[in-house]
Design a protein around this ligand. Structure first.
Ligand code: GCB
Ligand code: CA
Length: 890
């Protein structure tokens, strides 16, 4: 039977295949646009020299590509802001004859000029918006050479003029070749879809949909078909419209009954498919699909935000577009992952800042139910001229038209902290005029938004200088005041945040408010259970977020809180514990979740949450508890939205605790080695983690907990985990007999008056800035009463500079005559190890250079119970030590 049937089957298969092929080809023969990515096999040259024939001129790359992925992170100050060239051969098939051909760029930083076969085709200004060029007139069948000149140098007429991020250069997003029939939807409207969808009427019972657009050429026999599909593919509206003489058309679906509403919980999406049909032949000439969501929203200055008639607290984050090692050149999947992570956290809002981002971001927000505000890059200041204003307005228009159909978008924004870096001297007529010019441009941007899109709100993000914005008269302009507030971080205390927003609300009771930014830097490797401002520990950031959450959730008039930032991002000029990074992210630059992420998850996520804090703090060290040599107790926080949590350590129950304000804190007696933690909530949900703990005995000669290693950061009170080596570092302590520690000296401070932690400077030549940035000054000795054996001792030094010294250094470097240079030298010292002079005259004459890491190791035989004793003997000034490692070899 089988044998008989087989040939029949095969014949049938071949037959169906033919039918299928026919069907496909009959479609493709006439139809529609072909949008094809052309990201692979480009050639790139960094620099503006045009000696293209020279050896090694071109480098093979694929898009997306930025020329700044490495130089924003290296030790050399600055990054390349200049010109780069891209080149690619593209092949135009015979089938493309008599078609229109466009090149569509999702973005290039930040000026781009396209040349095709040697002819200039167009220029685009601005690094963050898609743009497209019509190449029809300059291409030929067969091989064509595309050449793109890209420029990310500073231009005073192009935003951003400044800001806490890097202005990446290159074609860092996808590029597409678009081939179209002569009759197609408008391709010349700011690289938008050429179709604009609104819902003039929308309620849970009934909605209408208006579709407007333009067709490239008017012909009597052409009509536009508008079909609206629901998420199951059912047609809910099917309209045919005429095309007007100017190419425009409009269609209105009058009554969509019981529309499924788009909400963050259920982001129900419809699809609007527009096509151009030749009614004589029945051919479909073009087709464009747009998303559609039914929702309505409003902001109330007293009651906050409403979605579909329900009060709704906006809670979410901002996001920059870069990723560790990649700069801004991310594959779509990494963009989408970020939105996914925000969603999993329970966030319902994304501030796409400080510029429009990859289309994949906006699509993901539509799909996942994330409300969005998106803004143009008008950061910090403006240039007072026509060109700057024109460019700003053009960017705003592009942004609105390109993102018009995303149901996720509810706010158009422009200008971030634009009064923070004013031009001209204070109290001069020029400064007054500057405020006027600024206000005028803001008003123009506002008017443009309202005209382009009356259905959305507008927002400007202000920084904490209330008086200034008031004086300049900014609160009258946008519909929503966004406040970027950092009380308890850059300024003041946590409590000042509440005071500030209450004052604003008292003085401007009619103007809705969103906390458009708040956040604190945290190096995810640093920990301290008694954190302080600027120590960059996760624990301080956790306190900060908990304090802000309290106020934001307390007052309905605060429409929402938007964390700065979802992710860590690159600002090349930043220093601190993670040089070149702004570490306010809830996720690291490579998207590891910090504890603060779970604070939000426990607050916002609908699903059950139980999460052990410090989940990526896999390697820990701590001095044993007083009176013990084998147990070290640490508080462990469990974030949860359940009623109570039970914690188990190595299968032994520690206790059960009530969850208060979404957390329960347990004292955990850690032992040496792997510690198993299991947290179980009352609903049975659990979280597990393994902590590799190093308990340092108080009696270093203890036989059960034998000495292995000791890694100490001097001048430090924090713990540091090195996830690369698995080493854990402990803070310094004073020596006591049988134990280890320093004798004498004081903690480095770069400014006696400030509460800054250690030095904020990028310590060159090391990834362990946090360790080098703290220091003990003037110590006489460091002792460790280790048992006899053979040891390795590693010293870490870096000359840190006080504020005063830094100013002097800049001043000295400016002097050309070396004789005139003030001696920076403040110290020279010797070091001996168990009586042997190992380091002589350590000073800036040899290895001790300002803010350079210097590390050196020695081995030593410890006998006769003498332990390790390191003596510091200053000749000039005082001795210093930044960190020390002792390792027992045998
Ligand atoms: C701000 C800025 C943002 C910065 C942030 C910070 O207010 O709007 O661009 O990155 O502060 O972390 O300092
Ligand atoms: Ca240190």
């Amino acid at each position: 039977l089988y044998k008989v049937n087989k040939p029949k089957n095969l014949a049938f298969q071949i037959f169906s295949l033919c039918v299928l092929t026919l069907l496909i080809s009959s479609h493709t023969a006439f139809a529609q646009r072909i949008k094809q990515s052309i990201n692979t096999s480009w050639q790139f040259h960094k620099g503006e020299d045009l000696d293209t024939a020279s050896l090694g001129y071109w480098q093979n790359i694929n898009l997306s590509h930025t020329w700044n992925s490495e130089d924003v992170m290296d030790d050399t100050p600055g990054y390349y802001r200049g010109i780069g060239f891209y080149k690619k051969d593209i092949y135009i098939a015979d089938g493309a004859a008599n078609k229109d051909v466009y090149l569509y760029f999702e973005g290039a930083g930040q000026l781009a000029e396209l040349f095709v076969n040697g002819q200039s085709v167009g220029k685009h200004i601005g690094g963050y918006s898609p743009f497209s060029f019509n190449m029809t007139k300059v291409i030929k069948r067969g091989k064509n050479t595309v050449f793109v000149k890209v420029d990310n140098s500073y231009h005073r007429d192009i935003a951003p003029l400044g800001g806490d991020f890097s202005v990446y250069g290159g074609i860092y997003r996808d590029v597409y070749l678009v081939t179209l029939e002569k009759a197609h939807f408008d391709m010349d409207n700011y690289a938008s879809s050429g179709i604009f969808i609104t819902t003039p009427q929308v309620s849970a019972q009934k909605a209408s949909v208006s579709v407007k657009g333009k067709v490239s050429s008017f012909q009597k026999n052409l009509k536009v078909k508008t079909i609206i599909y629901d998420a199951d593919g059912r047609i809910i509206s099917n309209l045919t419209s005429d095309i007007n003489a100017d190419g425009s058309f409009s269609a209105v679906a009058q009554s969509v009954t019981n529309p499924k509403l788009w909400t963050p919980e259920n982001p129900y999406l419809y699809r609007v498919v527009n096509s151009i049909i030749d009614i004589k032949s029945g051919k479909k000439l073009d087709e464009v699909t747009n998303p559609l969501g039914f929702r309505w929203f409003s902001f109330d200055a007293e009651k906050g935000f409403f979605l579909n008639g329900n009060p709704y607290k906006i809670m979410g984050a901002s996001r920059h577009q870069d990723y560790k090692g990649l700069g801004s050149a991310l594959p779509d999947a990494l963009h989408i992952n970020d939105v996914q992570q925000l969603k999993e956290m329970g966030g319902n809002f994304l501030r796409v800042s400080h510029y429009p981002q990859d289309p994949a971001i906006m699509e993901a927000c539509d799909r996942l139910g994330i409300l969005v505000s998106v803004e143009t890059p008008g950061n910090n200041q403006i240039t007072e001229n026509e060109a700057y204003s024109t460019n700003m307005l053009e960017m705003q228009r592009e942004m609105i038209r390109q993102n018009f159909n995303h149901p996720s978008v509810i706010i158009w924004s422009y200008m971030n902290e634009v009064l923070i870096q004013p031009l001209h001297k204070e109290n001069t007529p020029e400064r007054e005029q500057y405020w006027k010019n600024l206000r005028k441009l803001a008003q123009e941007l506002e008017d443009l938004c309202r005209k382009e899109d009356p259905a959305r709100y507008t927002m400007v993000a202000f920084h904490g200088d209330f008086e200034l914005y008031k004086r300049v008269g900014f609160f009258d302009i946008p519909m929503i005041s966004g406040w970027n507030l950092y009380q308890g971080w850059y300024v003041g205390k946590f409590e000042d945040f509440e005071t500030f927003v209450l004052r604003y609300h008292r003085e401007y009771p009619d103007k809705p408010i969103i906390i458009s930014e708040f956040g604190a830097d945290a190096d995810y490797r640093l920990h301290d259970f008694n954190p302080s401002r600027f120590d960059k520990t996760q624990e301080y950031a956790n306190q900060y977020h908990e304090a802000y959450i309290k106020t934001i959730t307390k007052y309905p008039f605060i429409a929402g809180g938007i964390v700065w930032n979802l992710v860590e991002f690159v600002n090349e000029a930043r220093q601190d514990a993670n040089p070149h990074l702004n570490t306010k992210g809830l996720l690291t630059a490579d998207r590891k979740a910090k504890d603060s992420y779970f604070i939000y998850k426990a607050l916002l996520a609908k699903e059950h949450v139980v999460k052990i804090s410090g989940s990526s703090w896999d390697y820990r060290a701590q001095q044993a508890d007083r009176g013990s040599d084998i147990v070290a107790t640490q508080p462990v926080t469990i974030f949860s939205n359940q009623k109570e949590v039970t914690l188990w350590l190595n299968h032994q129950k520690i206790s059960t605790q009530e969850v208060v304000e979404r957390k329960a804190v347990f004292n955990v007696p850690f032992l040496n080695g792997i510690n198993n933690l299991k947290a179980v909530a009352d609903d049975g949900m659990e979280d597990n983690t393994h902590v590799n703990f190093h308990v340092i005995a108080n009696n270093l000669k203890n036989k059960t907990n034998q000495f292995t290693t000791l890694n100490v950061s001097l001048g430090d009170k924090r713990m540091f985990m090195d996830e690369v080596t698995g080493e854990s570092w402990v803070p310094e302590k004073e020596y006591s007999s049988g134990n280890w520690g320093y004798i004498g000296g004081s903690v480095f401070k770069d400014d006696e008056k400030s509460d800054r932690y250690g030095s904020w400077r990028n310590v060159l030549g090391t990834p362990y800035d946090a360790i080098y940035q703290t220091q003990r000054i003037g110590l006489q000795e460091f002792k460790a009463d280790v048992p006899d054996g053979f040891y390795e001792v590693t010293f870490h030094f870096a000359e840190l500079l006080t504020k005063e010294q830094q100013q002097k250094l800049i001043y000295d470097l400016a002097k050309s005559n070396p004789a005139e240079k003030n001696e920076l030298k403040s110290r020279s010292f010797n070091v001996s190890l168990n009586g042997i002079n190992i380091i002589e005259n350590l000073s800036d004459e040899n290895y001790l250079k300002p803010i350079h890491a210097y590390s050196t190791k020695f081995s030593i035989s410890v006998t006769d119970n003498k332990g390790i004793s390191i003596a510091f003997d200053p000749a000039i000034g005082s001795a210093i030590l930044n960190a020390l490692q002792i390792r027992k070899i045998y």
